[in-house]
Design a protein around this ligand. Structure first.
Ligand SMILES: [Zn+2]
Length: 229
């Protein structure tokens, strides 16, 4: 089965992971589980001791059930809330962690799942600097159509969840679209139905597009590949 939910934190989905890429944190609990997982340091977990965690993530990243790196990213609102409590400039640390995830994604050839809040210029800068081979997917995209267009022009994929701006959703071509539950209480089918209605599509057609996009985007990462730790 090919996932249609590109990003979820609902671990109960691990019983039904054929449909979802489940975000997992360290210590990883799902090394024996079948299904699809992503691994990374969430920007809310930014701190000075990230390098040890990253070393572990790099080890786990090559496991076949880890299909993506992340969620990782940049979040300036979170930084604003935290900055005065720490001495080292926190946004710089967040950027260092993001760069480490980019290198990890390129090295193990798995897409990046990105959390980005108020830092799209910096994110685009990073993409221009690193010129990654791997797809970069911005998850939980709630921004406006202008930002969507700027990101699409740079080759990003955009993933939409329960909340979004209609004009932005309609800006995204089928080939760059993903859908997710993230932390929503809604079921993935409900979100797909909602988005299908906005895009004047049927649920079946949209599911087909999502599966096609998954295969196309994650094709470098498959369970048949021989990995060694
Ligand atoms: Zn998330």
């Amino acid at each position: 089965m090919i996932p249609i939910d590109i990003h979820t934190h609902h671990t109960e989905n691990t019983e039904n992971t054929e449909n979802a890429v489940v975000n997992t944190n360290l210590p990883i609990k799902h090394t024996d589980a079948k299904g699809y997982f992503s691994i990374g340091i969430h920007p809310y977990q930014t701190d000075e001791h990230w390098e040890e965690q990253m070393a572990l993530i790099q080890q786990y990243a090559i496991l076949p059930q880890i299909v993506a790196i992340g969620e990782c990213g940049l979040d300036k609102i979170w930084i604003k809330q935290k900055e005065n409590k720490l001495q080292q400039p926190l946004f710089e640390i967040q950027k260092q962690i993001m760069k480490a995830h980019i290198l990890c994604s390129e090295k193990c050839r798995k897409p990046l799942i990105i959390h980005c809040v108020k830092a799209f210029n910096e994110l685009i800068e990073l993409k221009k600097t690193f010129r990654p081979d791997m797809p970069w997917i911005i998850h939980g995209f709630r921004n406006n159509a202008n930002i969507a267009r700027a990101l699409l022009a740079e080759g990003f994929y955009l993933s939409f969840g329960e909340y979004f701006q209609e004009e932005a959703l309609l800006t995204v071509p089928d080939s760059r679209l993903f859908i997710e539950t993230d932390e929503s209480k809604l079921h993935i089918e409900q979100i797909i139905n909602k988005i299908a209605a906005y895009r004047n599509s049927s649920q079946e057609k949209l599911v087909h597009i999502l599966r096609q996009n998954y295969v196309h985007t994650f094709s470098n990462c498959n369970e048949q590949t021989a990995y060694t730790l």
